[in-house]
Write a protein that binds this ligand. Structure first.
Ligand SMILES: [Zn+2]
Length: 286
């Protein structure tokens, strides 16, 4: 009998079995899996060289493949794979689960120009987004990783985060984009520290983000520090882990002083808290 059963996920052939015939897929390998929430990171440890996630691919970091999941990635099953240093290609199923978006309604927002944004400021913000978006998007070719995990704290001491990563927000009742980072309640004028070795790609005053610094840590990892009182670095400058890059403040769209830390990895907007934990605590392919 020649009856074939095909299971296709997102255009990728996952399993192929035939009755009375053996195909070259190994059931033991295709059974590997990991479950990870939106905005979180999964890892596949050991002798990895190259990693792929659907149609995107990147290098392993110190022999481990990391699979960052964007906060808006559709929940469901995806195929990830890795090539090992021995040349072996392995696949696994990555299941994305929903992390429901916390509703944050900010009333009586003090800086009214950020609630009812003038045409002039809207144009300014659009121009700034056009500069930032290419910096934080997925790229097929990136510089090698110069950071290590866990990353360093962006302030010392670092208070507990507000837990508002990914929050769905309204300002005086008007819905706005989801919150792309984690806010830490740090008073004005404290040193802001680079979370890893890297290179400054942008340091500028922006309408929504205020004084903002963006650092490229290689391997497609970009960190963002917003609302600073001031910054002391410039584009193309090399920085080291823990180096002071500016001072905390309350510039841009804020209700008060705090440090906003955002992280993009291979274009995915992820919870920075996942890079501050021991990587062995991340969900792991097994
Ligand atoms: Zn924030």
């Amino acid at each position: 009998m020649n009856i074939f059963s095909l299971t296709v996920f997102s255009g990728v052939l996952l399993t192929l079995s035939a009755m009375g015939q053996t195909k070259n897929s190994s059931p033991a390998e295709s059974a590997k899996s990991v479950t990870v929430g939106q905005g979180e990171v999964a890892r596949w440890a050991g002798n990895c060289l190259r990693c792929s996630f659907e149609k995107r691919a990147w290098d392993a970091v110190n022999g481990t493949c990391y699979y960052p999941v964007d906060m808006d990635m559709e929940p469901g099953k995806y195929t990830i794979s890795r090539r090992t240093t021995g040349g072996k290609l392995e696949s696994a199923t990555l299941t994305v689960t929903e992390n429901s978006c916390q509703q944050e309604d900010i009333k009586n927002f003090p800086k009214k120009e950020f609630v009812n944004v003038s045409a002039k400021n809207q144009a300014r913000a659009a121009k700034e987004a056009a500069i930032v978006n290419p910096l934080i998007s997925y790229k097929a070719a990136v510089r090698p990783a110069v950071f290590d995990l866990p990353v360093g704290k962006p302030a010392n001491p670092l208070p507990k985060g507000e837990g508002n990563f990914g929050a769905c927000r309204t300002f005086d009742g008007q819905p706005r984009d989801r919150h792309t980072g984690q806010d830490y309640p740090v008073a004005v004028g404290k040193p802001v520290l680079s979370i890893g070795n890297g290179r400054v790609v942008l340091a500028a005053n922006q309408f929504f983000s205020g004084n903002a610094v963006y650092i490229d840590h290689g391997n497609g990892l970009i960190s963002e520090y917003f609302h600073l009182k001031s910054y002391s670095v410039k584009p193309n400058q090399t920085v080291t882990k823990g180096q002071t890059i500016g001072l905390t403040g309350e510039t841009g769209r804020v209700t008060g002083p705090h440090l906003h830390l955002g992280v993009r990895w291979h274009g995915a907007c992820i919870n920075p808290g996942f890079l501050l934990i021991d990587p062995s605590d991340m969900p792991e392919v097994q």
